[in-house]
Design a protein around this ligand. Structure first.
Ligand code: NAD
Length: 209
């Protein structure tokens, strides 16, 4: 199986690359290094199962090979207002990675009839009055607040994903992080892997559509 992972040079993306490669799959990593680091992928250089495309997901995405899964993780993600890498200091880039990046990566999934997974966030619920939040809760959001560049982009992408699910165009899934930061990497790696792998030969789920 071959997967496209956007945000591959970031914290979660680089661990996902490792996990898929460790399981014997081929990975195409994509990143523009706006917040990620090439060092996170340096150990994969020369690995025949890994290739890398330096690209901004806000622009049309061309992938030279067929892919079976698309994992869209590219987005500035740090809420640290003081950091130059925090999304509040990268507002336009953050909105574009969420909105246009999702549109473009969904396009890759559609063209390949691939499974699609995106990283959402509990921030889509804003300042929630309900804990833990589930799909029945609509949130308590401030669409013009400081964090809105991130929250609203993620809300838009979840809406786009739900639309594509309704239209049955893709077998798609969004994932919200676990509350425990220490468990997030392991949890996401496992969830992402099992979602993308399920529905493929030898797995417990049925066909992709
Ligand atoms: N880490 C968390 O606790 C957490 C929680 C909730 C959601 N998420 C989501 O998970 C994803 C990854 O988060 P992370 O913590 O690994 O962040 P990160 O900053 O370490 O990684 C994000 C990667 O995306 C890349 N990127 C950003 N914009 C891009 C663009 N336009 N084109 C190509 N690459 C681009 C960055 O260079 C970086 O390598 C994000 O979508 C984030 O919103 C993370």
């Amino acid at each position: 199986m071959r997967v496209l992972i956007t945000g591959a040079a970031g914290f979660l993306g680089s661990h996902l690359c490792d996990r898929f490669i460790k399981d014997g799959h081929a990975v195409i990593g994509m990143d523009n290094f706006i917040t990620g680091r090439p060092e996170n992928l340096a150990h994969l250089a020369g690995n025949p199962n890994f290739s890398f495309i330096r690209h901004d997901v806000s622009d049309f995405i061309f992938v030279p090979e067929e892919v079976d899964g698309v994992l869209h993780f590219a987005s500035p993600a740090s809420p640290n207002e003081k950091s130059p890498y925090g999304y509040m200091n990268l507002p336009i880039q953050t909105m574009k990675a969420g909105a246009l990046g999702t549109h473009n990566t969904l396009g890759v999934a559609r063209a390949n009839n691939a499974r699609f997974l995106l990283a959402s966030t509990s921030e889509i619920y804003g300042d929630p009055e309900v804990h833990r939040q589930n799909e029945a809760y609509w949130g308590h959001v401030n669409p013009i607040g400081k964090r809105s560049v991130y929250d609203e982009a993620k809300r838009l992408l979840r809406g786009a994903l739900r639309l594509s699910q309704r239209q049955r165009e893709y077998r798609a899934f969004s994932m919200i992080s676990t509350p425990s930061f220490t468990s997030i990497s392991l949890s996401i790696r496992n969830q992402a892997r099992s979602f993308i792998l399920s529905g493929f030969p030898g797995s417990s789920e049925s066909a992709r559509r």
